[in-house]
Ligand binder design. Structure first.
Ligand code: ADP
Ligand code: MG
Length: 426
């Protein structure tokens, strides 16, 4: 027999960890008596929590998928085929959830069938305290030994202007749609967000609901809080009632962005037009800031001031990209003059086309989707291409087709980057 002193450290650590661990359970019972017995036994264990339970296999399966508990306890009846099918489904669809079968029947045949279906443990009913303890401890060890799933880290892009009306919401929506990868658009206009209209969706939930439940968010809960617009694009809406926005603090924005980064390739943020604490929290954490302006003196001044504030906040200049919206040949100011004035290169521009912009907003469809071959859509896709290889590949395809030859002649540099980036990954 091994002496305690001879155990290696990692085994010891695992044991200590399992003693203090929180374990969560979902129970499929057959009748209230079984449920009471299982719940009673779990209630005596510190750290055990029953999240849901019932007799309906389909409903309980949905709860397991939604809540991802440490373990699913499945009671087998005298005709166990249906329950054994559920054991197999949990093992296949939720491999991090341990399946524990329990039954009044302790025949080797039934135990073997449950193990073959994917159960990790088996407990006899009525429960025997020693057996229950062994199964509980082994489940805790299984849970502690699970490797952490590698976390995804999406890129956060904030589209900002300290002056309203420059078209930040319009640009944020279109860039998000053009990214061509799993993207979530976050409406941080907490008092009066209307991004649902731009995307033609009616959100049931908002960022306030996500914040309220942030401690227990998993993939399926997250999916229920966002409103899907297309296969790749979803919206995390602003609260419908302005009141619920009052409780939102800057650290909540930080936590929400972390949760979103784990699940989406891109997080496109549409903040307010002020330097309030919520907006600053978002700008701080953004990997890129698109600073949007129009070619009029007030907007150019605001942009110059915003750049000075960014400098003071210590944002590196490579994080900030100037985008000129509503550009037109008829405006006397040319882009080079603006660049000289701001001391910063203009990364992209979007021409003025009020009819098209308003039609797309009224349609509830980003212009890159409703008018994909228009010049304005091309300009918007070009901005997205600065962040995304998938968006870049869409542009190179267009270039190959020769649709945009003349428009892109000035943008040879971008094209070169695109081809070298693409050859680097192929
Ligand atoms: N490139 C453009 N050409 C013409 N109109 C535009 C363009 N971009 C935005 N607009 C219009 O400007 C108005 C303000 O846009 P919006 O995105 O709501 O601005 P912001 O979010 O900065 O306040 C909208 O009516 C929109 O249709
Ligand atoms: Mg807006």
């Amino acid at each position: 027999m091994k002496q305690p002193g001879s155990r290696d450290n990692s085994e010891q650590r695992l044991k200590e960890q399992t003693m203090t661990q929180q374990l969560t359970f979902v129970i499929l019972s057959n009748g209230p008596e079984t449920f009471r017995e299982l719940r009673g036994a779990l209630a005596e264990r510190e750290g055990a929590r029953v999240l849901a339970g019932g007799d309906d296999a389909e409903q309980v399966m949905e709860e397991i998928k939604r809540l991802r508990p440490t373990a699913a306890i499945i009671a087998l009846s005298s005709t166990p085929e249906n329950e054994l099918r559920m054991v197999a489904r949990v093992a296949a669809e939720c491999p991090r959830t341990a399946v524990i079968c329990t039954s009044r029947d302790a025949s080797p045949d039934l135990i073997l069938r449950s193990m073959r279906a994917g159960a990790r443990e088996y407990m006899r009913l009525p429960l025997l305290p020693e057996e229950f303890k062994t199964v509980y401890d082994r489940t805790a060890e299984f849970c502690a030994g699970q490797p952490e799933a590698p976390k995804k880290r999406g890129r956060a892009v904030a589209v900002f202007s300290s002056k309203g009306g420059c078209g930040t919401t319009f640009i944020a929506t279109n860039v998000a749609a053009a990214l061509n990868a799993p993207t979530v658009l976050v409406d941080l206009n907490l008092q009066s967000g209307d991004l649902g209209l731009f995307l033609g969706v009616e959100p049931k939930y908002s960022i306030a609901d996500l914040i309220e439940n942030r401690e227990r968010v998993d993939d399926s809960l997250m999916r229920s809080y966002v409103a899907p617009h297309s296969e790749n694009l979803a919206l995390l809406a602003a609260p419908r009632e302005a009141d619920s926005a009052d409780d939102i603090e800057p650290e909540h924005v930080f936590q929400v962005l972390e949760l979103l980064r784990e699940r989406y390739d891109y997080i496109v943020i549409d903040p307010q037009h002020t330097f309030d604490s919520i907006t600053l929290a978002a700008l701080d954490q953004a990997d890129e800031i698109l600073l949007v302006l129009t070619l009029d003196i007030p907007a150019i001044r605001c942009t110059q001031r915003a750049l000075a504030i960014f400098d003071r906040l210590g944002y590196p200049r490579h994080k900030v990209h100037i985008v000129v919206n509503r550009w037109s040949k008829q405006i006397d100011l040319d882009l080079r003059q603006v660049e000289r004035y701001l001391g910063e290169r203009v990364m992209g521009y979007v021409q003025s086309d009020y009819r098209m912009a308003v039609n797309s907003i009224n349609l509830g469809q980003p212009l890159v989707e409703s008018e994909p071959t228009s010049k304005i859509a091309t300009e918007l896709r070009q901005i997205a291409a600065h962040f995304s290889l998938t968006a870049q590949s869409a542009i190179t395809t267009e270039l190959r087709r020769g649709l945009l030859g003349s428009l892109f002649r000035r943008e040879k540099a971008v094209e070169k980057t695109v081809s070298s980036e693409l050859s680097a990954i192929s």
